[in-house]
Design a protein around this ligand. Structure first.
Ligand code: HEC
Ligand code: HEC
Length: 351
């Protein structure tokens, strides 16, 4: 594994035993598994196609099936995967809050705090890399992060696997979903399959913009949309439709000091990357306060004010963040547009 360490900074945080196991099962090398990657006959692959989104990139050896999604959901909500059986993925990623948790930073095992604000997990299937600094290449490798991370679930992955394998219910569910037992491939695939199934695409904005339903947005939200795409505000140049992100790393200058968290520079160690973060999606933004990587801004109005001021003039700040002035009504309009990105219809499937 030595040779790939430099390409995969996230590997540094993994416990050695897990690395050996994962490479044994071909997970890190992305080798297809001989058995587990074929869905049982009774559980046919599901294709999620959203007309106005780019095609969903599902790895060929991890097709989405109903049984895998249901198994992944059960695991996502199960505190079994944490050291003291107290924390599950859902502790910090709550469905009614679009899979965030409503606080600036989250609390994990034994009261330890995370460094960053919990992000939404909708539309992960389209992300080219994970974490706000992009330091993790795939959904499958990402989820080893929270399971093993000291401030999150704090459980060696090998132990997580043993617990699931010795559980009264899980082994049969794995057999039904994978025709195979609990191993690194099936455990990570169950969780990542559930994560890929979390899609949000049916907001009022989608009905207005892509389905031509002119009554879907209020006049105020329509004026807000015009502002959002305007050459002056340039919001859309980073928060690009339809996913409302172009996934680039940008310093939007909303903070003056990034010494607590250098963002992308944590991975690249390049000074020009200090304060750059993966552009976050704005879908369901109404439900995911507080905002920014550290949860330091409480409201959408506060975020807009910071952009209007032209940021903090950090030396790496994007030249697209130049400042602008809005009337009180225009600010309400922009907020109304951001609220039109809420899509509670998606949530019902996951409750
Ligand atoms: C203690 C709180 C906590 C727990 C438990 C937790 N997360 Fe997270 N999650 C976070 C925080 C905080 C981040 C932001 C980390 C970052 O970007 O550096 C995050 C980031 C993520 C991301 C990256 C999203 C993106 O936009 O790149 C995914 C995916 C994710 N979590 C899935 C999970 C899964 C799956 C589990 C359970 C195995 C889990 N999380 C458990 C708090 C938590
Ligand atoms: C140069 C690219 C860029 C432009 C232009 C831009 N943003 Fe952002 N936006 C970002 C980045 C990067 C973040 C995350 C920064 C962080 O966490 O520190 C962000 C964060 C946000 C957030 C908080 C998201 C969250 O989940 O916490 C909101 C809301 C937002 N932007 C709205 C807007 C609006 C409205 C505009 C136009 C006035 C705009 N953005 C223009 C890159 C941009």
């Amino acid at each position: 594994m030595n040779g790939s360490n430099w390409q995969c900074p996230w590997l540094k945080s993994l416990k050695l035993g897990s690395l050996v196991l994962l490479s044994f099962f071909g997970l890190l090398a992305c080798q297809p598994e001989s058995k587990s990657n074929v869905a049982p006959q009774s559980d046919l692959p599901i294709a999620i196609k959203i007309g106005h989104f780019p095609p969903m990139a599902v790895p060929a050896n991890r097709p989405l099936t109903a049984k895998r999604i249901a198994l992944g959901k059960k695991l996502f909500e199960d505190p079994l995967l944490s050291k003291n059986n107290t924390i599950s993925c859902a502790t910090c990623h709550l469905t009614p809050l679009a899979f965030t948790d409503g606080v600036p930073v989250s609390t994990g095992t034994e009261g330890r705090k995370t460094k960053r604000n919990s992000p939404t997990l909708f539309n992960l299937a389209w992300h080219p890399y994970f974490f706000m600094d992009g330091g993790n290449p795939t959904l499958e490798s990402q989820l080893l992060g929270p399971i093993e991370e000291h401030s999150e679930m704090d459980l060696p992955f090998t132990e997580a696997m043993e617990r699931v394998a010795n559980h009264p219910e899980y082994p049969a569910l794995f057999q039904a979903a994978f025709a195979d037992g609990v191993n690194p491939f099936t455990l990570t695939t169950a969780l990542s399959t559930y994560e890929r199934s979390l899609v949000s695409y049916a907001s009022a904005f989608d009905r207005f913009y892509y389905q031509g339903d002119s009554s879907a947005l209020s006049p105020s939200a329509q004026r807000g949309l015009d502002l959002f795409v305007s050459a002056e505000l340039q919001c859309q140049s980073c928060h690009t439709f339809p996913l409302t992100t172009n996934f680039s790393f940008e310093n939007n200058g909303l903070k003056a000091d990034y010494s607590n968290d250098p963002g992308r520079a944590r991975v690249t160690e390049v000074p020009q990357d200090v304060g750059k973060f993966k552009v976050p999606t704005l879908r369901n933004i109404e439900l995911t306060a507080p905002y920014l990587h550290d949860g330091s801004l409480q409201t959408l109005e506060a975020v807009i004010d910071r952009y209007a001021q032209g940021g903090s003039q950090h030396h790496n700040q994007s030249e697209k963040v130049k400042g602008f002035s809005l009337t009180a009504q225009q600010k309400l309009d922009l907020v109304a547009f951001l609220q039109s990105l809420t899509d509670t219809s998606s949530f019902r499937k996951y409750q």
